[in-house]
Design a protein around this ligand. Structure first.
Ligand code: ATP
Ligand code: MN
Length: 163
């Protein structure tokens, strides 16, 4: 069993992140760790007319709703949600400390996904600076990972995808 009590799963709501979520949940189930789903929203621009019309809770309603679409697949997985406002990398690293994450599980790319780069900028910064292990999952592997019966199978299938 993984000696981990909290798994941090940061999401930018991209397709890649969505596909990685079942893997984070499987690891949470197997290790008995809670899964904290984190989204970092961009701060409102000072002169955004919407902000003048709405209070802050209303302004961040959409990301909050999207965040809560990540639900535990079954009762054996404990999922919590956290919304932060700011710069993604520093918020992910800060929340990792705050929730005492023993593992961060995330995609290698997000919405902008430049394929010629090995990793996205957020993924790379988190990998370089996190004080706990980071599991980065490539898009093509994420979709099959949660259907695989065992790590061996994941590995075999990953090799096939990579080849
Ligand atoms: P870039 O942002 O440099 O153009 P990218 O969007 O392809 O590249 P990243 O931003 O590094 O790649 O995304 C990789 C992972 O980082 C995502 O799958 C997600 O787990 C995490 N991430 C990125 N942005 C956020 C965010 N705003 N909130 C939470 N997690 C995020
Ligand atoms: Mn990004």
């Amino acid at each position: 069993m993984l000696p981990v009590h909290t798994i941090l799963f940061p999401t930018d709501f991209s397709e890649n992140a969505r596909q990685v979520f079942p893997l984070a949940c499987s690891l949470g189930r197997d290790s008995g760790a809670r899964v904290v789903v984190l989204h970092v929203a961009a701060p409102a621009k000072e002169h955004d007319p919407l902000l003048a019309l709405q209070d802050r809770d209303e302004y961040y309603k959409e990301p909050r709703q999207k965040l809560h679409q990540y639900q535990a697949p079954d009762a054996n997985v404990h999922v919590e949600h956290q919304l932060e406002i700011g710069e993604p990398t520093s918020e992910i690293l800060r929340v990792a400390q705050q929730v005492k994450a023993g593992l961060i599980v995330m995609g290698t790319h997000g919405r902008t996904g430049l394929r010629r780069l090995l990793l996205g900028s957020v993924a790379e910064h988190v990998l370089r600076n996190a004080t706990c292990p980071v599991l980065l999952v490539r898009h093509s592997v994420a979709g099959i990972a949660h259907t695989a019966a065992s790590n061996d199978e994941i590995e075999q299938r990953s090799l096939k995808v990579g080849s």
